[in-house]
Design a protein around this ligand. Structure first.
Ligand SMILES: *Cc1c(COP(=O)(O)O)cnc(C)c1O
Length: 395
């Protein structure tokens, strides 16, 4: 296989070899069901609780506040649907933002069809939620505020502590989708008044299909998956012990290496941003320049189709992602890019590159040179660009 430069770490990450090594014995050697009484099962239970303790420790939470799920989407669905159900007698209003992941937005749409009212608060041009609008959206019937910790497309980090305080002062539960943030930035659930938090293994060099929901003690939500008594009767199903072990090791590893890794990544990120903005004309950076995930870059190139750019980058071995959803059969540009105010044609020319722990300066230099070449080539074929250049010449 040719060398690939993988810059789509917001979509998923490579499972770290030591994570795989830690998981393997739990398939073939320690395969016992954690709910059994014999030692083989107890081994599984012990490993599971160790992972639970690790995650709790990283978040400043208690062990019995961590519930394993099958990933970020399940955690988001659980938090929203179960809160809606449990607190329905108190109210039917939920507040979220316009730039959430579809696991939140589509769940909100589902709830709207079932008698709930949802306010989707605007963000500013950098993708930060407008706190004044958030405050204004609060009603006596508001039971939940759900705002993501950091955005998966443009990397903007939200003022989570302020949002938590607003929720707390108004006696409203606060959930955050921290799937992109967990493992990348330090998180403390108490400091930020977080009542529920979703995270997922495969975004932090852990395995796919495993995640967790943090549920603060006292939050009254019930089971989402009904069945056995696993996860203190709140999430049925035989525990995914290899996945849980992998998630625990990945979380520990991400926390231990966070400072050094993110310092390196943000330096490469800034280098990539600065050079592309300087060397490729008619380009803009999407997302907040400073309150931004250390590994996220998102550009819009005028006069270009993001999809064409992606295909040509792929031919050079570079994996990225575009802001439009053409691949999913729709021509609509990303809801996130529209929410920050980009016109359709600019949103269509977007490229997201998300760095990983293995990304090198050489990789980034190659990516910059390749982007320059491809953008120039695509523009040279664009009638819009030709018109634009002619008009500029006449001025
Ligand atoms: C990836 C992602 C999810 C979904 O997580 P899965 O584990 O893939 O289900 C949810 N929210 C955000 C912000 C994400 O980036």
């Amino acid at each position: 296989m040719k060398k690939i430069i993988y810059l789509d770490n917001a979509a998923t990450t490579r499972t770290a070899p030591e994570v795989v090594d830690a998981m393997l014995p739990y398939f073939t050697e320690f395969y016992g069901n954690a709910s059994t009484v014999y030692e083989l099962g107890a081994n599984s239970k012990k490993a599971m609780n160790e992972a639970r303790g690790t995650i709790a420790d990283i978040l400043g939470a208690q062990e019995n506040e961590i519930y394993f799920t099958a990933g970020g989407s399940e955690s988001d669905n659980w938090a929203l649907k179960a809160t809606a159900e449990a607190y329905r007698s108190k109210g039917n209003h939920i507040i979220t933002s316009k730039i959430e992941h579809h696991a939140i937005l589509h769940t909100c749409e589902y709830l709207e069809k079932n008698g709930f009212e949802v306010t989707y608060v605007d963000v500013d041009e950098n993708g930060k939620i407008k706190l004044s609008e958030l405050k204004k959206a609060i009603r006596p019937t508001t039971i939940l505020i759900s705002v993501m910790y950091a955005n998966n497309e443009i990397g903007t980090i939200q003022p989570i502590k302020e949002i938590g305080e607003i929720a707390h002062e108004n006696g409203i539960l606060f959930h955050t989708d921290a799937v992109q943030a967990f493992g990348q930035i330090p998180i403390n659930v108490d400091e930020c008044h977080i009542d529920m938090l979703s995270a997922s293994g495969h975004k932090l060099n852990g395995p796919k299909g495993i995640g967790f929901l943090y549920i603060r003690k006292g939050v009254k939500i019930r089971s989402f998956i009904h069945g056995g008594a696993q996860e203190r009767k709140r999430r049925a199903g035989t525990e995914n012990i290899p996945g849980i072990v992998g998630l625990g090791v990945a979380a520990r590893r991400a926390a231990d290496t966070m400072q050094e890794r993110t310092a390196k990544e943000s330096q490469l990120r800034d280098y990539l941003i600065d050079r592309v903005l300087r060397e490729v004309p008619y380009t803009r950076l999407n997302g907040d320049r400073y309150d931004r995930l250390p590994n996220n870059v998102n550009f819009s190139f005028q006069f270009i189709e993001g999809e064409s750019l992606l295909i040509m980058l792929d031919m050079e071995g570079i994996c990225g992602s575009s802001g439009s959803a053409c691949t999913s059969g729709s021509l609509d540009p990303s809801h996130v890019l529209l929410a920050i105010g980009l016109p359709h044609e600019i949103a269509h020319g977007s490229l997201r590159l998300t760095l990983g722990e293995e990304t090198t300066k050489e990789d980034i230099d190659f990516v910059i040179e390749t982007i320059k070449k491809i953008v120039e080539r695509l523009r040279s074929m664009s009638p819009l660009y030709e018109d634009f250049v002619k008009k500029q010449a006449r001025k």
